[in-house]
Design a protein around this ligand. Structure first.
Ligand code: CTP
Ligand code: CA
Length: 225
């Protein structure tokens, strides 16, 4: 194993990765969530670790096991994920936000189980903090900030807009065109876009292979700094 230390491109680097969904509590037994499996983020965390980085994985609820030699912080809500990320961000060289964070959360959490009554029912929601955009504002020299985008229309245009709006170095556009890409699958089809508008489109492949492609770009960005 000794020989590998010289070939670890991310040795001495710290990485922060988010993964999975968030659960936004409605009452003690219910929440608003989404179908994110966490697989993409876990694959990225595992890959960064194998490339030599010291990796912290902030994860929403998933059924996956923590990748080897990765420090995991388990969270439920967007607010908890934000707090965990803020605590880790300053020390991180590489930040990859692959979590499917809820955009809205209930304005109030009922302290008892809500009983059914009227025929119609609605829940008041308020916006969550955009974790990625907040970190983008705090970004310093030497950091590589990577975000994801899930779009159904004007994919490239929307992704490029997100890249600039959130001050990212790299954005991973999840292509929804292909069956077998995205949520709750083992494969993904992505397009990577950087600030220089270099656009790399990849074929449908396993999330482990996709993680390798993303990490190649992260290494290139860290090396160029
Ligand atoms: N993200 C985040 N915090 C939020 C919402 C999103 O950190 N409260 C991050 C995601 O982890 C992802 C990126 O922002 O890396 C883009 O998420 P996406 O849902 O595609 O974009 P939004 O900015 O939320 O816009 P919209 O859902 O309206 O397309
Ligand atoms: Ca969103």
């Amino acid at each position: 194993l000794e020989h590998s230390t010289t070939t670890l491109p991310l040795k001495g680097k710290r990485a922060l990765v988010t993964a999975g969904p968030t659960y936004e509590a409605i009452d003690p037994v219910r929440f608003i969530g989404n179908h994110s499996s966490g697989k993409m983020g876990y694959a990225i965390a595992a890959r960064l670790q194998r490339l030599g980085a010291d990796v912290t994985l902030v994860s929403g609820p998933t059924s996956l096991k923590t990748p080897q030699n990765v420090t995991q912080i388990a969270v439920q809500s967007a607010a908890q994920m934000f707090e965990a990320c803020e605590a880790e961000f300053q020390q991180a060289d590489i930040i990859v936000m692959s979590a499917a964070v809820a955009d809205y959360t209930p304005t109030v959490v009922a302290d008892q189980k809500i009983k059914k009554k009227a025929e119609d029912f609605s829940i008041a929601l308020k916006k969550t903090t955009d974790i990625l955009a907040t970190l983008g504002k705090e970004k310093r020299e030497g950091q590589t900030l990577v975000g994801f985008a899930l779009e159904t229309n004007n994919e490239l245009e929307n992704a490029i807009d997100k890249l600039h709006r959130k001050n990212l170095d790299l954005i991973v556009l999840n292509s929804m065109q292909d069956k077998g890409a995205g949520f709750a699958t083992d494969t993904n089809k992505i397009t990577l876009i950087d600030r220089a508008r270099n656009i790399h489109s990849y074929d449908l492949k396993s999330k482990e292979e996709v993680a390798k492609d993303i990490c190649m770009h992260i290494i290139a960005h860290q090396t160029a700094l």
